[in-house]
Ligand binder design. Structure first.
Ligand code: B12
Ligand code: SF4
Length: 622
């Protein structure tokens, strides 16, 4: 049996760190690989041939020679996941859906896929494989019991193109003992953490070593959910690292009470944990209580973060605004708190009600759920809840403003200084080769610092740890993180006042450039205003001049405005394929705002990289 597993392309979010991935870090396409798919591959019968394609680093194959296609996804990937499922089914493949969103809402997939796998796959996937081979696959397999992680195999890391990712991943435990009412983890994985053995982890690290990985993310929901087991793991990891010359730099997720356990922190340092992601959510005690995030209560949160810094471990933080107690003043409190905390990767989300969580059920009963957007991306300008003590519009606007302030150059620098004040001898050191380190620094200066003008240069220089050179990698990494998030906010959140006139000018220039092709009916141009959605259709036989005139104008339009473009390729002569590729190459930097619809008769002739552009595969693209 030949199986193709696909991780659909994400739309851009803060987690894409696009500026870092496309402009600073050499050779990387995205942050983390799809560990779920590598695990699923390892659960297949040994005689199956499995391929993994992650559309975030490579295009999906349009005519794969396989029998089955499996497509995973989080809620944010659902539109693309559905599109891919539909496409491969129409081509006659047997298509299976699985992953986070299918586990949480299997009902959304039953009409879409041939089979849906809901929940952890360790037991139900092998059952599906047997049923499929015997010709009797069922439409739905739900894991209703408990998976013992001793039965989770070493993921097929060899099927991932690990060198294209910033950080490899592995998993020690699933589940979390806490009760936060907005969290779907406990709905999906339960409250009793389940662990792999340290021997299993040793084998997984061996496999990662064989693939050349150095930075590794333990994707546990809460690594310290069971402290005794966590300590045993950390002791094992410290030994492993000693034996292998501290080959890996680790990061993970943990609850804030990590800071109360000095032994845990010492062990983490000994195992070479450079960073930890902590769900801080809010400094407001009443809100922590109301949302049942009680483990963060009664703690001096800033003091706790500083204790973690004192062990040389960096902190990434999750924050939420829009809780029932929150008012517009809350945004200012959060801003001050985040600046004081020194957390650079501060992922502030609008409260979002994920299906099946206690929060979702409560808001549904109160009639405070909005139809749109229960897809779980809580870091964009919108959510699915009606806030209690402010209007929806005021909340969105305060959210936008909070990010703009946090991600000003001053905001980035202030956090670096506030962190360095407490950070002792950071575990973090760049894992790149000496040559790559120099390249990263040069690129940061050339593409990040210098374009910001003299004020940014001065701000940057003032953050340099002249008397503590061991902290330099932390400072560089924080500037890359801060500027990546700043670039996202400026491109996605900030409404440019000049936008309309710029759009008008750019559009007029484009129409002038294509006028004679429009008159001859070889090209069609249509648009909807604000932010501009442009449709350009290549409908007749064109010439090289068309492409050379159009490409720079389209590029400027995308560069200077928030417009989106859909390029419909209905006709194209073979000799113009190279011209089209050059045009696409110019638009690549703005690829996530460009959709390409290729007529089916041209699909073989015109390859489009779906990891860069949205290659439309729904029926309107046929
Ligand atoms: C690592 C991680 C990330 C990484 C990388 C993700 C990646 N490339 O895959 C990063 C940090 C980038 C990330 C980002 C985000 N994440 Co995330 N992430 C996780 C985390 C912590 C672990 C995922 C993982 O690797 N698990 C380990 C593997 C082995 O387990 P698994 O994925 O569940 O897979 C099992 C089954 O689902 C099944 N399976 C998996 N795939 C498939 C496919 C098929 C065909 C089949 C049959 C079965 C199957 O088999 C596996 C073995 O049992 C989860 C939490 C969690 N525990 O799941 C959140 C989680 C998946 N993330 C979530 C969210 C919301 C996000 C963000 C949208 C956050 C945000 N607000 O912006 C972003 C989106 C990314 C973007 N736009 O770029 C949510 C998804 C909610 C949902 N149900 O859809 C989760 C569940 C966290 C949460 N509390 O809700 N994330
Ligand atoms: S601590 Fe984190 S993973 Fe655990 S229940 Fe709360 S939000 Fe979910």
């Amino acid at each position: 049996m030949r199986l193709l597993l696909i991780n659909p392309r994400f739309t851009e979010s803060f987690w894409s760190f696009r500026f870092a991935m496309t402009q600073i870090v050499p050779g990387k396409r995205t942050i983390n690989p799809p560990l779920g798919l590598a695990t699923l591959a390892a659960l297949c019968p040994p005689h199956w041939q499995v391929t993994i394609v992650d559309e975030n680093v490579e295009p999906v194959p349009l005519a794969p020679e396989v029998d089955i296609v499996g497509v995973c996804g989080m809620g944010v990937q659902f539109p693309r996941q559905s599109e891919l499922i539909g496409y491969y089914r129409r081509r006659g493949h047997y298509v299976v859906a699985g992953g986070s969103y299918a586990s949480l809402c299997p009902e959304k997939f039953t009409q879409l896929a041939d089979t849906t796998i809901a929940g952890e796959a360790e037991y139900i996937w092998p059952e599906f494989c047997r049923d499929l081979e015997s010709g009797q696959p069922k439409p739905l397999y739900c894991e209703t019991g408990t998976v013992a992680l001793a039965d989770s195999p070493t993921p097929r890391f060899d099927l991932l193109k690990l060198d294209l990712y910033n950080t490899a991943s592995l998993q020690f435990s699933r589940g979390c003992p806490y009760l936060c009412d907005f969290c779907d983890i406990i709905v999906m994985f339960g409250r009793r953490p389940r662990m792999k053995s340290v021997e299993q982890i040793g084998l997984e690290l061996d496999a990662l070593r064989a693939q050349g990985a150095r930075q590794v993310f333990f994707v546990d929901d809460n690594l310290i959910g069971n402290r005794g087991e966590a300590k045993a793991l950390l002791r094992f990891l410290a030994d492993y690292q000693r034996q292998h010359h501290y080959r890996f730099a680790f990061g993970t997720e943990a609850s804030l009470n990590l800071a109360q356990d000095d032994e845990l922190l010492t062990l983490m340092r000994a195992a070479n944990f450079a960073w930890v992601f902590i769900g801080i959510e809010t400094p407001d005690e009443a809100t922590l209580k109301a949302s049942r995030k009680t483990q963060n209560m009664g703690t001096d949160i800033l003091g706790a973060l500083r204790r973690i810094y004192a062990h040389g471990i960096d902190v990434l933080g999750g924050f939420i605004v829009g809780f029932d107690n929150d008012t517009l003043e809350t945004f200012e409190r959060q801003r001050r708190f985040i600046l004081d905390s020194g957390i650079q990767a501060a992922m502030v989300g609008l409260l979002t009600a994920l299906p099946r969580t206690p929060l979702y059920e409560r808001l549904k009963q109160e009639g405070r759920l909005l139809e749109r957007a229960d897809d779980g991306d809580n870091t964009r300008l919108g959510t699915n809840i009606v806030p209690k003590r402010m209007s929806y519009e005021a909340m969105i606007s305060a959210y936008r403003q909070l990010y703009e302030q946090l991600l000003s150059d001053q905001g980035i620098a202030q956090r670096i200084r506030n962190k360095l004040r407490w950070m002792r001898a950071p575990v973090y050191r760049s894992e790149y080769t000496a040559v790559d380190k120099v390249r990263i620094l040069m690129r940061l200066l050339a593409k990040g610092i210098l374009p910001g003008g003299p004020r940014r240069w001065a701000t940057f220089v003032r953050t340099l740890p002249v008397f503590s050179p061991s902290k330099l990698p932390t400072v560089i990494s924080d500037w890359i993180t801060g500027l990546s998030m700043q670039s996202y906010v400026r491109r996605r959140f900030t409404r440019a006042a000049v936008e309309e006139s710029v759009v008008d000018r750019r559009l007029r220039a484009l129409r002038r450039a294509v006028a004679r092709y429009l008159d001859a009916g070889k090209v069609a141009l249509a648009w909807r205003p604000g932010p501009l959605q442009l449709d350009l259709t290549l409908a007749g036989l064109l010439d090289a001049r068309f492409f050379s005139r159009t490409a720079p104008r389209l590029e400027k339009l995308l560069r200077d405005t928030h417009s989106t473009l859909t390029l419909h390729i209905e006709e194209l002569q073979a000799q113009h394929v190279a011209h089209l590729q050059r045009l696409l190459a110019r638009l690549a930097r703005h690829g996530d705002r460009v959709s390409v619809v290729v007529h089916e008769k041209l699909r073989v002739l015109v390859p489009v990289d779906s990891s860069v552009f949205h290659l439309v595969l729904s029926t309107r693209g046929m």
